[in-house]
Write a protein that binds this ligand. Structure first.
Ligand SMILES: Nc1ncnc2c1ncn2[C@@H]1O[C@H](COP(=O)(O)OP(=O)(O)OP(=O)(O)O)[C@@H](O)[C@H]1O
Ligand SMILES: [Mg+2]
Length: 214
């Protein structure tokens, strides 16, 4: 049976401040698949995730979600196609954890196991606190919960275990495994090995090029 490709970038060139960072980018994320994105500091992993989200930094290339070109998809519909968790998002520092979760809760059909993950990963005692007042790990937990609750086809995660304690890592690993089995695709930029066993593919960025490690 052929797997369904939820997101594909062909011949992408990733650029930041007019400087080409990564060229010849070919990424294909299939339903049910977890992939890693690795490479040294500054190689461009976070920038690539943002480009794959269809927001910015893609100078050229063909980005598609479910076979439809990015330009044909409205911002509203894009939210159901992919969610992006970045490490730093100071724009939401003034928002309470509860607000961040409510803003992301846009899907009409969030699965019970995703709601269960949200309640496990974020202690409800944090709901009334602003993001700017949280610890690194607490903040990561809120971003993970918001990214999951969006219930999009593809999850793009930037260093999702940075700052997480061992309980958080195991709750996340269990969720990602069930989430991908339910037909979602996940791409994880990481320097750590703690989610490696879940992944079936690894993309590596080095010296301005992206390759698929087999
Ligand atoms: N806010 C920014 N403004 C301008 N240039 C930036 C900014 N953030 C990163 N860069 C540059 O873009 C390049 C790629 O950065 P990026 O954050 O994508 O790398 P990364 O692979 O995610 O690194 P890390 O492993 O440290 O997270 C770097 O050379 C960096 O100097
Ligand atoms: Mg990064």
């Amino acid at each position: 049976m052929t797997k369904s490709i939820l997101m594909q970038l062909s011949n992408g060139v990733i650029t930041r401040d007019q400087t080409p960072l990564i060229s010849q980018v070919n990424v294909s994320l299939e339903a049910g698949e977890i992939s890693l994105l690795t490479g040294p500091n500054g190689a461009g992993k976070s920038t690539l995730l943002t480009a794959l989200a269809g927001e910015k930094f893609l100078a050229s290339g063909n980005l598609q979600f479910g076979g439809v070109n990015r330009d044909q998809i409205s911002l509203k519909d894009l939210a159901s196609k992919r969610s992006l968790m970045l490490q730093q998002d100071e724009a939401v520092d003034q928002l309470r954890a509860k607000d961040v979760l409510e803003l992301a809760d846009i899907s009409p059909a969030v699965p019970a196991q995703t709601r269960e993950f949200v309640s496990k990963i974020v202690d409800s005692a944090l709901y009334g606190k602003t993001l700017g007042s949280l610890s690194v790990g607490q903040r990561t937990r809120v971003f993970l919960a918001a990214t999951a609750i969006q219930n999009s086809g593809v999850m793009l995660l930037d260093e999702p275990t940075a700052g997480l304690d061992s309980e958080g890592i195991s709750v996340l690993a269990e969720f990602l495994s069930r989430h991908s089995s339910a037909g979602h695709a996940v791409l994880i930029a990481t320097h750590e090995d703690n989610l490696r066993t879940l992944a079936s593919k690894e993309y590596v960025v080095t010296d301005g090029a992206l390759s698929l490690k087999s």
